[in-house]
Design a protein around this ligand. Structure first.
Ligand code: NAP
Length: 284
C-alpha cells in the first residue's frame, strides 16, 4: 500500500514566533494520524502579496494569516468567499482548482463557542455590548448580525472609530455610544464582548467596571493571554458567566484544518489543556 503524500500548511505573520497555531494544528495532525505538517512562516509585509501569490506555484495546501497581513492576503487572492468579502480581510488562504481563495474563519470562530454556551435561540434575544472597534470587532459584529442579534451597542476608547464602524455597517440594530457612557451601556447588556486589546498580558486592563452589570449576563473576552482576564474575574465576582478567547482561537482553526488537510477535527479532540500548558510554560 502506498503511503499518502504529507500535506504542508502553516501560518504567516510578522512577527510570528508567538503564534499558537503550529502547536494547535500539530496536535490535531498527531492525534488524528493525518500525514502532514503545519509550520510558522515569517512573511515581511513589504513582500506579502507577492509571497501569497507564489503559493500557487508550491505544494503548500494553504496558510492561515495573522497580523499585519490580513489585508494583503485578501488582495493577493483570485477569489474571496462570502465571509472574507464581508470583512474585507482574510485569515486563511487556500487553493481551489488552481486559484488562490481568500477566506475568513473568524466569524465562525467567534460564533461557535457563543452558540455552544447560550444556544442559537437565546442569542437572538440578547442585548449586546461590544467593546473595541478594530479588526476583531468587525468579525464580532459580522457574526452577531448573521446570528440575528436584535440590539448591539458599540463602544471604543476612541469614539470616532466606533462611530465610523457603526456607520460603515449601517444597520438599525447597531449603534455607537460614547466611551464616557460605558457604565450605562454595561448595565443594559445581557452579553458583553471585549474585542479590544485591553487586558492582554503586558497591556493595561480595560477601564470598565462590571459593578452595575446584569446578574447572569455573559462576558465573552476574546483575549486568551492571560487565560482568565481581569474582566472575567470581575464578571465572576458579580455573578456573571464567562467565556475566554481560547475557545475562539480553537474554533477558527477547526475549519482551516479541514481546508488544508481534508478532515474536520472532532469536537472531543480538545486542545485547550495543551494550549494552556504551553501558554503557562512559555512553550510555543
Ligand atoms: P486592533 O485592530 O489593533 O484593535 C485594537 C482595539 O483595542 C481598538 O479598538 C483599540 O481602541 C482598543 N484598545 C487598545 N488598548 C486599549 C485600552 N487600553 N483600553 C481600551 N481599548 C483599547 O486589534 P484586533 O485585531 O481588533 O484585536 C483585538 C483583541 O482581540 C486582541 O487582544 C486580540 O488578541 C484579540 N483577538 C482574539 C482572537 C481569538 O481567536 N481569541 C481573534 C482575534 C483577535 P482605540 O481605537 O482607541 O485604539
Amino acid at each position: 500500500m502506498s503511503r499518502p503524500i504529507p500535506k504542508l500548511a502553516g501560518v504567516c505573520g510578522w512577527p510570528i514566533h508567538h503564534s499558537l497555531s503550529p502547536l494547535l494544528h500539530s496536535y490535531w495532525l498527531k492525534e488524528m494520524k493525518v500525514a502532514g505538517a503545519y509550520v510558522a512562516f515569517a512573511v515581511n509585509p513589504k513582500n506579502a502579496v507577492e509571497a501569497f501569490r507564489s503559493l500557487k506555484r508550491t505544494s503548500i495546501s494553504g496558510v492561515n494569516v495573522t497580523l499585519p497581513l490580513k489585508s494583503a492576503a485578501f488582495s493577493a487572492a483570485d477569489l474571496a468567499t462570502e465571509e472574507a468579502q464581508k470583512l474585507g480581510v482574510a485569515n486563511c488562504l487556500y487553493k481551489s482548482r488552481g486559484q488562490l481563495v481568500a477566506h475568513n474563519t473568524d466569524l465562525e470562530g467567534f460564533a461557535a463557542p457563543l452558540i455552544a454556551k447560550l444556544g442559537a435561540a437565546r442569542v437572538q434575544n440578547v442585548s449586546v455590548l461590544v467593546i473595541g472597534a478594530g479588526g476583531a470587532s468587525r468579525a464580532v459584529l459580522g457574526a452577531l448580525l448573521s446570528l440575528g442579534v436584535p440590539e448591539i451597542c458599540l463602544i471604543n476608547r476612541t469614539d470616532e472609530k466606533a462611530e465610523d464602524l457603526a456607520g460603515q455597517v449601517n444597520v438599525p440594530s447597531l449603534y455607537a455610544l460614547p466611551w464616557e457612557q460605558r457604565q450605562e451601556a454595561v448595565g443594559r447588556a445581557d452579553l458583553i464582548i471585549n474585542a479590544s486589546a485591553a487586558g492582554m498580558s503586558g497591556k493595561p486592563d480595560l477601564d470598565i467596571s462590571l459593578e452595575n452589570g446584569r446578574s447572569g449576563a455573559l462576558v465573552y473576552d476574546l483575549i486568551y493571554t492571560p487565560r482568565v482576564t481581569s474582566l472575567m474575574k470581575q464578571a465572576k465576582a458579580h455573578d456573571m458567566d464567562t467565556l475566554g478567547g481560547l475557545e475562539m482561537l480553537i474554533a477558527q482553526a477547526r475549519p482551516s484544518f479541514k481546508l488544508f488537510f481534508g478532515q474536520t477535527p472532532p469536537m472531543d479532540l480538545n486542545p485547550t489543556h495543551m494550549l494552556f500548558e504551553a501558554l503557562e510554560s512559555g512553550r510555543r
